[in-house]
Write a protein that binds this ligand. Structure first.
Ligand code: NAD
Length: 476
């Protein structure tokens, strides 16, 4: 048996073998969990450079330094945090026992046990992070795992598969590469938990397939994350921070700002200062090594089509930086699309690229209404210093997570859950909540030596006054 699996049949056999090994092993010690995590950490430390180069090549232009920051250091953060905290997370937790059994010596506790084998399907936009960050929590919880990288980044997927094949016992960690068909077959396997990161549409299909085997799922999906700029906001600083966030991975991030609501009086200032800030970060387009390419032709056509449609409708589009570029390359300037109609594709679909919709408003209540008319987003951003308004916006909306006066940052909190709500996802990982997600929380009750129920007249055959005694206990 090998860790780099070659077929779905091999995957099925491996899962059965992982199950057997899991049942035979019993408790998974903290030491063993740490050692599994350390093996992944060592793999990343030993091979970070070729992995970053593979991601650069797969994107056709993704700065290797950015690959190290986003995928290697991002994954290492999750793995090390899990390694250094799992012992505290996995300890049994006493729970109070009901009276009067507590007086008789009964005890209660919960214990956190691994579920078994966790399947993890990743995306192309953060090819290592979407596999290895959930793996950190799955391993911390004592599970075994199988990974399925995205076929859209084949060099990265193959290199990771080769490295896992060389370094891991398949009974602990295995990997299978392939496209949609492999993904479908993978999601149909009887895992003990399945993590899927990807689009909302595919997420629905994954959940249907998992349902056949009653496999619990964590769905890390996408959506149109809104930004609300209040009147009290420092517009220049908001524009600068949003330009930084929007440039990250060329906008190909699940929590990338998708549309910005800006007070009508500050609209022109925002557009000007965003354009200045973005053009300062990326003064050129063609051959600019800092600009992340659109991952492939299909996504390039999708993004170009959004812009063609709104231009045909006469919508204002501001290009940043305003320079000529070679359209045969997959590097693109960022386009600010001002007040497009609700029916346009860019208003209906997750942008996931270098465009940002700017919508001007005159009443914050209408902004909240508009956000609530759409699907629940993965992230929401509020800029401003007006506490009452901030509470209003956060209190009347729901999203996976929130950053205030910045964007993307909440996802970097290592010991706070990351996940969506509604159409943006189900479940969560990162830190302690991630450990809980992949653990079976098992309640244990230990009885006292004596059983007083007979003496108390609580057992059949019930005596005459039994109902009256029960009625006397009913209270508000
Ligand atoms: P995708 O849904 O096309 O693919 C994701 C994975 O699923 C890939 O490994 C792919 O091979 C596999 N797959 C595709 N179709 C499948 C099917 N029918 N059955 C089973 N597996 C299938 O997503 P993508 O284009 O790789 O990623 C972009 C999407 O992912 C965006 O919507 C983005 O917001 C979301 N995303 C979410 C997070 C998060 O943490 N919430 C992180 C990154 C990306």
């Amino acid at each position: 048996m090998r860790a780099h699996l070659q077929s779905i049949d091999e995957l099925s056999s491996l899962l059965a073998a992982q199950r057997q090994a899991f049942d035979q092993q019993g408790p998974v010690s903290a030491e063993q969990r740490r050692s599994r995590l350390q093996q992944v950490i060592d793999l990343l430390v030993d091979h970070h450079q070729p992995l970053a180069e593979a991601m650069d090549a797969d994107f056709g232009g993704r700065h290797p330094g950015f690959g190290l920051m986003n995928d290697v250091l991002g994954s290492l953060g999750s793995l090390k945090h899990a390694r250094d905290h799992l012992e505290g997370w996995m300890a049994d937790e006493p729970r109070p026992v009901f009276a009067p059994y507590d007086q008789l010596g009964a005890q209660g506790w919960v214990r956190y046990q691994p579920k078994g084998s966790v399947g993890i399907i990743g995306t192309w936009n953060a090819p290592l992070f979407t596999l290895l960050s959930p793996l950190a929590c799955a391993f911390a919880a004592g599970n075994r795992a199988v990974l399925k990288p995205s076929e859209i980044v084949p060099r990265t997927a193959e290199l990771l598969a080769q490295l896992i094949g060389e370094r891991f016992d398949p009974l602990e960690l295995a990997i299978i590469t392939g496209g949609v068909e492999v993904g479908q077959a993978f999601a149909s396997q009887p895992f003990n938990h399945l993590v899927f990161t990807g689009s909302t549409e595919v997420g629905r299909d994954i959940m249907r397939r998992a349902a056949d085997n009653l496999v619990p799922v964590t769905l890390e999906l996408g959506g149109k994350s809104p930004v609300v700029i209040g009147e009290s906001a420092d517009i220049a600083e908001a524009a600068r921070r949003l330009a930084i966030a929007k440039g990250t991975n060329g906008g190909q991030i699940c929590i990338s700002p998708d549309r910005v609501f800006v007070p009508v009086a500050q609209r022109e200032q925002f557009i000007r200062q965003f354009a200045e800030a973005y053009s300062g970060l990326y003064p050129t387009v063609t051959d600019n090594p800092d600009l992340v390419s659109v991952v492939n032709e299909r996504h390039l056509q999708r993004l170009d089509a959004y812009l063609d449609e709104v231009r045909d409708l006469g919508v204002e589009v501001v290009q940043c930086p305003d320079v000529a570029f070679d359209a045969s390359q997959r590097k693109r300037p960022l386009s600010l699309v001002i007040n497009p109609p609700l029916t346009s594709r860019i208003m209906r679909e997750e942008i996931f690229g270098q465009a940002l919709v700017v919508l001007s408003y005159s009443d914050i209540h209408h902004v909240v209404e508009e956000i609530n008319q759409g699907e629940r987003p993965l992230a929401l951003y509020y800029f401003g210093s007006d506490q009452a308004e901030q509470h209003y916006v956060l209190g009347h909306t729901l999203s996976g997570g929130v950053s205030i006066n910045d964007a993307l940052m909440h996802a970097a909190l290592e010991n706070a859950p990351f996940g969506g709500v509604g159409a943006s996802g189900l479940g969560r990982y990162h830190g302690h909540e991630g450990f809980l997600e992949f653990s079976h929380v098992r309640t244990v009750y230990q009885a006292p030596a004596t059983d007083p129920r007979g003496d108390w007249g609580m057992l059949p055959p019930y005596h005459e006054g039994f109902t009256a005694v029960m009625q006397s206990q009913i209270s508000r």
